[in-house]
Write a protein that binds this ligand. Structure first.
Ligand SMILES: [Zn+2]
Length: 279
């Protein structure tokens, strides 16, 4: 599959997304396996513009409208609704968050899971609903290993090209399939291509989710070489950093191999690898 297409107009959309203003803070707690989590406040991260998180546009799935009049099934995110995503999590201390987008994929996700299991760390997986629906055993495996599952829309569209109803369909159906498989609806949402708009923030909040971007983009989807991916993670490593990689959407063998190198190196450097938790 080809996954490196840049969508026309993306630069303009990013500028629009970046101009949405500032937001308040929500309370998150750092998941610390060594002790009780401590509540802290997570301020809005800096203005560094996140880059793309490509995935081949799926072809087979046809969106169906949401059931009209369905009762709300998700508790809303803490007000006020954010107008920017979290990009880093300074409250987690000397720890980092590893995130994997676009899956699950039977070729790569099991290897990612095995490496995380080997080092007994938890990560975040932002799943596409379509992939989750097609690989439910992998969704269960991710959840069973204690990882945090986030919502990455059903078909990986540019949400800015969708109507409000269309966004709700993409995000809502994904939350529903994840809840159906794992028993819990996701609490975090990541817009494809890091392109957000007000509707996506509002609908994500209505569905109980906070928006999560990242600090360090490995650009692993460009297949830059294992050494380059490792170097990007190591050079970007700092407390509270969120790392973006992909476990689906193309050949992700470099992502798999790179994780096997940089994860033990981060741990040797004294970083905890953790996931944020909301309450
Ligand atoms: Zn993506």
């Amino acid at each position: 599959m080809k996954n490196d297409q840049r969508l026309p107009g993306r630069r303009m959309l990013l500028r629009l997304a970046a101009g949405l203003g500032t937001a308040g803070a929500v309370r998150v707690i750092a998941a610390d396996p060594a002790g009780a989590p401590s509540p802290t406040s997570a301020p809005v991260a800096g203005a560094a513009g996140p880059r793309s998180a490509p995935r081949a546009r799926p072809s087979a799935y046809r969106l169906r409208p949401m059931t009209a009049g369905a009762p709300p099934r998700f508790r809303p995110a803490a007000p006020p609704v954010r107008t920017r995503p979290f990009e880093k999590l300074p409250e987690i201390g000397h720890a980092m968050v590893l995130t994997f987008d676009d899956g699950p994929d039977p070729l790569y996700t099991p290897h990612i899971l095995a490496t995380l299991r080997e080092h007994d760390v938890r990560a975040m997986f932002f799943l596409c609903g379509e992939m989750a629906h097609d690989h439910q055993d992998l969704v269960r495996a991710i959840a069973a290993d204690g990882h945090t599952i986030g919502n990455h829309t059903w078909t990986h569209p540019l949400v800015t090209e969708l109507s409000r109803a269309g966004i709700r369909d993409e995000i809502g159906r994904t939350s529903e399939v994840i809840e159906k498989i794992t028993g819990g609806a996701p609490l975090w949402f990541r817009a494809p291509y890091a392109v957000w708009n007000r509707n996506s923030f509002e609908i994500g909040a209505e569905l109980g989710m906070e928006p999560m971007a990242w600090t360090v983009d490995t650009l692993d989807w460009t297949e830059p070489g294992v050494g380059t991916i490792v170097r990007r993670v190591r050079e970007g490593a700092a407390p509270g950093v969120v790392v973006l990689s992909h476990d689906a959407g193309g050949n992700r063998s470099q992502s798999v191999t790179a994780l096997r190198r940089y994860l033990p190196e981060l741990l040797a450097d004294g970083y905890r690898i953790t996931v944020p938790q909301r309450r």
